[in-house]
Write a protein that binds this ligand. Structure first.
Ligand code: ATP
Ligand code: MG
Length: 587
């Protein structure tokens, strides 16, 4: 395999993680090899935070000619499911990355077990029969040493026998655990005899009934990295304090496993970077699962969810997600990034790729009195002015059109540059029209305008004699009443009313005396108007639009075709408005 040498790598922005990796390569560590892994627990769908981990895990492996494996961290059968594994694979592929191998922590259950047995034999682990409360009470504090368990120095044979019993299926969960014997006085709390195994007595979706005792994350992750040949194990900052334990378990795996590679050059190196955290969204699969289960949203891929599948369904492109992640970068400090920055990255991207079409979301009829009934004109509408090679599509123009209700005002103030008595506007791709001073509209019994009247000004289309006629009015969009389609439009707003739901919901929940947030706490902060459904009229060319077709409804916003959409019932999701209106409304 060709390994690109660090000095040949051209990069605009090199993160501190990449610097470390480049130095390791320069020093000839790992035989010049780069191998990473992306290790999600299959207990939910991936969210936008995971995209940040994916981008660096897969991105660096690719850039330096290495491999990134997908390693499903399936050590907790209580919460895991094959549905999640499939969703994780789909999302990684959609983001444009390819894994080397798909591996599972459960592939290593036997090896981890054998290692644990050896560690017991060497006096490095013991079975503790205390309750989790007792163990917690003995932990001490960072400044005060903990207390040793009365079972700490029990005979090896006893621990071996009990360890086997832990896995027998007859042991009650919580009755005993296997702990590493390290140092109950260590200032690093993770060294105070951490738990290696607990009893769950549950079948695992991959290993069936073989195991009843399951390894803990800290006892699993480093060894899996080491056995697999991972060179750089990237994770988030909360694992900084776990790193010494990660290294220790790798040392033990090496000593007991008898691998003769020198560890100094081949040790998987854990490097931590800051989590992605965005305003107005709540991450963490545990919390997202609550929203799904309680029906606050319609599934993990609801377009209001901060999941990768939710953003996809909403109309965010993979490029816009990756561009945003590149922009915010990787640091060693916690940050809270503005959702508006993400939205502007999406707008920049969709501006380049979205097909411009017309949709009228709050329709009122416009009758052009000097166009004959039944007459049809056809125009070529430009698909994307940013991208001439995207071509054109046909639009039909007739006597009766749908326009937006708020593009007309009966008592229009001077500065209203749309339709009103005596006012002129240009119809997109078509004529300039003029509304008469009198008889300009028809109203129903309640006084609502049901029809607006105007005349086209001849020869004002592009390229015609009067096309450069100067008017004060704007250009407005329209669709032909006889040549349009009805559609359902779903306009989404933010799901959370506060800037930092992670902290604010947690603080509220704490005030209520709870130690974990629940749905009642969440409901206090959830925007009750996060979804508005509208009946709209759209251009005929959208008849065969498919999910993931990126669209711009001109003058309104970016839209995408929803998965629920069928030719008989078109459904569009609003991806993002054309401008950041949230800031104005909510300040
Ligand atoms: P959650 O707390 O949301 O359930 P997690 O950390 O438990 O997330 P995992 O499935 O264990 O999720 O994580 C897989 C990888 O993604 C880990 O390396 C983890 O550090 C990383 N990751 C998770 N959340 C974020 C985030 N917000 N920003 C960056 N990386 C993240
Ligand atoms: Mg987790």
């Amino acid at each position: 395999m060709d390994i690109e040498k660090p000095e040949e790598v051209k990069s605009e922005s090199v993160s501190f993680v990449e610097e470390i990796l480049k130095n390791d390569l320069a020093e000839g560590k790992n035989g010049g090899k780069v191998q990473t892994r992306f290790p999600p627990e299959p207990n939910g769908y991936l969210h936008i935070g995971h995209a940040k981990a994916i981008a660096i895990d897969f991105g660096l492996a690719k850039k330096y000619g290495g491999v990134c494996n997908l390693r499903l961290d399936d050590t907790n059968p209580q919460k895991e499911d094959i549905e999640y594994v499939n969703a994780i694979k789909r999302d990684i592929e959609w983001l444009g990355f390819k894994w080397g191998n798909i591996l599972y922590a459960s592939d290593y259950f036997q090896k981890l077990w054998d290692l644990a047995v050896e560690l017991i034999k060497q006096g490095k682990a013991y079975v503790d029969e205390q309750t989790s409360e007792q163990i917690a009470a003995q932990k001490g504090t960072p400044t005060q040493p903990g207390t040793e368990s009365p079972y700490r120095n029990r005979p090896v044979e006893e621990s071996l026998r009990l360890f086997n019993e832990m896995n027998s299926g007859n042991m009650e969960p919580g009755k005993m655990v296997l702990r590493a014997k390290i140092d109950m006085a260590n200032p690093n709390m993770h060294f105070r005899d951490p738990i290696m195994y607990r009893v769950l007595n549950m079948p695992h979706w991959r290993t069936g009934n073989k195991w009843n005792a399951y390894p803990m994350y800290d006892y699993t992750h480093g060894q899996c990295d080491y056995w697999e040949g991972v060179t750089h194990s990237l994770c988030t900052l909360e694992f900084v304090s776990h790193r010494p334990l990660y290294d220790l378990f790798v040392d033990w795996a090496k000593q007991v496993g008898g691998d003769d590679k020198p560890l100094d050059d081949n040790r998987p190196r854990q490097i931590e970077f800051n989590k992605l955290n965005l305003t107005h969204i709540l991450l963490s699969k545990r919390n997202l699962l609550i929203l799904v289960k309680e029906g606050v949203v319609n599934g993990w891929d609801d377009p209001r969810m901060p999941t990768i599948s939710g953003f996809r369904r909403r109309g965010y492109s993979p490029e816009s997600i990756l561009n945003f992640i590149d922009k915010i970068g990787y640091t060693k400090f916690d940050a809270l990034n503005q959702m508006s920055l993400f939205e502007s990255a999406v707008r920049d991207d969709l501006n380049k790729r979205a097909k411009r079409v017309s949709a009228v979301l709050d329709p009122v009829k416009l009758v052009l009195t000097n166009i004959a009934e039944g007459a049809v004109e056809e125009y070529d509408a430009i698909n994307n002015p940013e991208n001439p090679e995207d071509g054109t599509h046909k639009v039909k123009f007739t006597r009766e059109l749908w326009i937006e209700r708020d593009d007309f005002m009966e008592d229009a103030p001077k500065k209203f540059f749309r339709l009103g008595p005596g006012k002129e506007v240009r119809l997109k791709n078509s004529y300039i029209i003029r509304c008469p001073e009198e008889n300009f509209c028809k109203k129903d019994a309640d006084g609502n305008v049901v029809e607006i009247y105007a005349e086209v000004i001849p020869e004002t289309k592009t390229g015609e004699a009067n096309s450069d006629m100067k008017i004060k009015g704007k250009t407005i969009h329209w669709v032909s009443c006889d040549n349009c389609l009805e559609a359902e439009v779903r306009n989404y707003d933010r799901l959370w009313m506060v800037e930092n739901p992670r902290d604010e919901v947690a603080a509220y929940s704490k005030e209520q005396g709870k130690d974990r947030i629940d749905i009642d706490d969440m409901r206090k902060f959830i925007n009750p108007n996060s979804l508005e459904v509208k009946k709209a009229y759209v251009e005929e060319c959208l008849a065969d639009a498919k999910p993931l077709d990126y669209l711009q409804f001109q003058r309104i916003g970016y839209y995408n075709v929803d998965m629920d959409s069928t030719p008989d019932h078109l459904v569009f999701n609003r991806t993002v408005g054309l401008k950041d209106t949230w800031a104005k409304v909510n300040k």
